[in-house]
Design a protein around this ligand. Structure first.
Ligand code: FAD
Length: 448
C-alpha cells in the first residue's frame, strides 16, 4: 500500500480522494485543506446569497462523514507550505505548529484565488470577492447587518453575472463595471449583445469600457476610468482568478504559459510522483494544439478520475479540455463550448461562422422563446471549433448536443442529419440545430 497525500480538499481534492478509494482499498490517503470546509459546493454560493438556496448546510459536506465513508484522513485548517521532492515529504502548518509528512504520491489541487489588484481607497469591510465559504459568509453578514441598497460588481464574467442576478433578487440597485467592450468574454460581441439587452431590461446599470480606478468616501464611491463616479453601498470584485501555483513553483515544478502547473495526459507534473488537477493545472486544449487552463468543475472531476485510474494502472489519458460551460443570467441561459472568434483569431486559426436565431419550439405553442445559436467551424471539412447558444428555453440541451457532436467528431454539416426528438412543446420538426447544419452545409458547398 502506498501513502498518498492530497493538497486541497474541495472540487478536485475531495473527488480524487474518493476516486482513488473506489479502486484502491489499501493505500493511506491524507487530505490537507487549509480552510475549514472540504468538498463544499462553491458553485452554489451566489444562489445562497440570493436566497434561492435556503440552507447554508446544503452547500457543505461534513468532514467526518466524508473521512469515514472514504477511509481518508482529513486534516482541515491545515496548510501545506513546502514540498521536498528529494526526500519526498511535505511540510504543513496547523495552528502554530509545523509538521512534516512523507509521501509516495502527492496530488496538488490547490485551486485558484480571486485576483484583486491594488485599488486605492479600498475598504475591505464593504468590498468583497467570492471564492470560499468565509467569503460568502462575509457578504451575507454585511447584507444582513448593513442592509445595503446598492451593489457595484466589477467584472462581467461568470461570478459577476450570477451575482448581478442575485443582488437584484435582494432588491438592490446593481451596476456592472467591465473594462471590455462587452460582458462575458467567452462569447462573441454579437452574442453578448443579447445578454446586455437582457441585463438592462432587468434594471442592471452596465458600465462597459470602464474600469475601477479608486475608491473614495470610505469605499462607498467608485471612481471610474471615464472620470465619472458611482455610489455603491457594497462592491463585489469579480475580476478574475489566478491559479495557486506557489507551492509547485517553489518545488521547481514546471509552470506553463497559462500560469498554471504543467501536466501530461495522466495529470503528472514534471515530477512523475506529483500530480496536479483542477483550476491550478494546465492541460491541453481538446480542439487545438495549445495549452489550456479552464477553471470549471467538470475538468477537475474528470481529471480526478484520470489520476485514480493511472495510480491503479488502469490508465485512460485525459483528452484535453473543451471548456463547455453554462450560466444563468436572470431568465436567460448562456451556454458555450470550444473557442470563440477572439480566441481563434488570436491563435491564427482560420474559421467560418454561422448564426441562426430561431424559436425554442413550435411558435404556436405557448411559451416558445427566442434562441440564438452561433457556431464557428473550420473551412473545408466543417470541424466544429466552438458554439455559443443563448435563450430562455432549450439552450442547455442544444449546447449538450453540440458538445457531444464535437467529441463524436461530427462536422457542422452533420448537424442537419441529427434526428432530434420533436413535439410542439420541445422543438420543431426541423430543430434549430438541424437548420444551422443545413445553413453551414450550403456555406461549405459554396466554397468548394
Ligand atoms: P477548489 O475547489 O477551489 O479547491 C482548492 C482548495 O485548496 C481550496 O479549498 C483551498 O483552500 C485549498 N488549498 C490551496 N492551497 C492549499 C495549501 N497549500 N494547503 C492546503 N490547502 C490548500 N464551475 C462550474 O463548472 N460551474 C459553475 O457553475 C461554477 N460556479 C462557481 C461559482 C463560484 C462562486 C466559484 C468560486 C467557482 C465556481 N465554479 C464553477 C468553479 C469550480 O468551483 C472550480 O473549478 C472547482 O472547484 C475546481 O476545483 P479545485 O480543486 O481546482 O479548486
Amino acid at each position: 500500500p502506498k501513502k498518498i497525500l492530497i493538497v486541497g480538499g474541495v472540487g478536485g481534492g475531495s473527488t480524487v480522494a474518493s476516486q482513488i478509494r473506489r479502486l484502491d482499498q489499501d493505500s493511506k490517503i491524507i487530505l490537507f485543506e487549509k480552510g475549514e470546509h472540504i468538498a463544499f459546493s462553491n458553485c452554489g454560493m451566489p444562489y445562497f446569497i440570493g436566497k434561492t438556496v435556503k440552507e447554508r448546510e446544503d452547500l457543505l459536506r461534513d468532514a467526518d462523514s466524508f473521512a469515514k465513508k472514504y477511509q481518508v484522513e482529513v486534516r482541515i485548517n491545515t496548510k501545506v507550505t513546502d514540498i521536498d521532492r528529494t526526500t519526498k515529504h511535505v511540510t504543513y502548518e496547523t495552528g502554530a505548529e509545523t509538521h512534516q509528512e512523507s509521501y509516495d504520491t502527492l496530488i496538488l489541487s490547490p485551486g485558484a484565488s480571486a485576483f484583486v489588484p491594488e485599488i486605492k481607497g479600498r475598504n475591505e469591510n464593504n468590498s468583497f470577492t467570492l471564492r470560499t465559504i468565509p467569503d460568502m459568509d462575509r457578504i451575507n453578514a454585511f447584507i444582513k447587518d448593513k442592509k445595503p441598497r446598492s451593489c457595484a460588481i466589477v467584472g462581467g464574467g461568470f461570478v459577476g453575472l450570477e451575482m448581478a442576478e442575485n443582488v437584484k433578487k435582494l432588491n438592490m440597485d446593481c451596476a456592472i463595471i467591465d473594462r471590455s467592450e462587452h460582458v462575458m468574454k467567452l462569447v462573441d460581441k454579437d452574442m453578448a449583445a443579447i445578454i446586455q439587452e437582457h441585463l438592462e431590461a432587468k434594471g442592471v446599470n452596465l458600465l462597459l469600457k470602464n474600469s475601477l480606478d479608486a475608491f473614495t468616501d470610505n469605499g462607498e464611491t467608485l471612481q471610474l476610468s471615464d472620470n465619472k463616479s458611482l455610489q455603491a453601498d457594497m462592491t463585489i470584485l469579480a475580476i478574475g482568478i489566478k491559479p495557486n501555483t506557489k507551492l509547485a513553483d517553489q518545488a521547481g515544478l514546471t509552470i506553463g504559459k497559462t500560469g498554471a502547473i504543467v501536466v501530461n495526459e495522466y495529470m503528472q507534473t514534471s515530477d512523475p510522483d506529483i500530480y496536479a488537477l483542477g483550476d491550478a493545472a494546465e492541460t491541453a486544449d481538446y480542439l487545438i494544439d495549445t495549452p489550456s487552463n479552464v477553471a470549471l468543475a467538470w475538468p477537475a472531476h474528470r481529471q480526478a478520475y484520470i489520476i485514480a485510474n493511472h495510480l491503479a494502472d488502469t490508465a485512460a489519458p485525459y483528452a484535453g479540455t473543451l471548456g463547455s460551460s453554462i450560466l444563468k443570467v436572470f431568465d436567460l441561459t448562456v451556454a458555450m463550448t470550444g473557442h470563440n472568434s477572439a480566441s481563434l483569431t488570436e491563435k491564427g486559426i482560420p474559421f467560418q461562422e454561422v448564426r441562426h436565431d430561431a424559436l425554442s419550439n413550435a411558435g404556436y405553442f405557448p411559451g416558445a422563446e427566442k434562441i440564438s445559436i452561433k457556431l464557428l467551424f473550420k473551412p473545408g471539412d466543417g470541424k466544429i471549433l466552438g458554439a455559443q447558444i443563448i435563450g430562455e428555453k432549450g439552450a442547455d440541451k442544444r449546447l449538450a448536443v453540440i458538445a457531444t457532436a464535437i467529441k463524436g467528431n461530427l462536422s457542422v454539416a452533420d448537424l442537419a442529419e441529427l434526428e432530434l426528438a420533436y413535439a410542439p412543446p420541445y422543438s420543431s420538426p426541423k430543430d434549430p440545430l438541424n437548420i444551422i447544419g443545413y445553413k453551414a452545409e450550403s456555406m461549405i458547398e459554396k466554397q468548394s
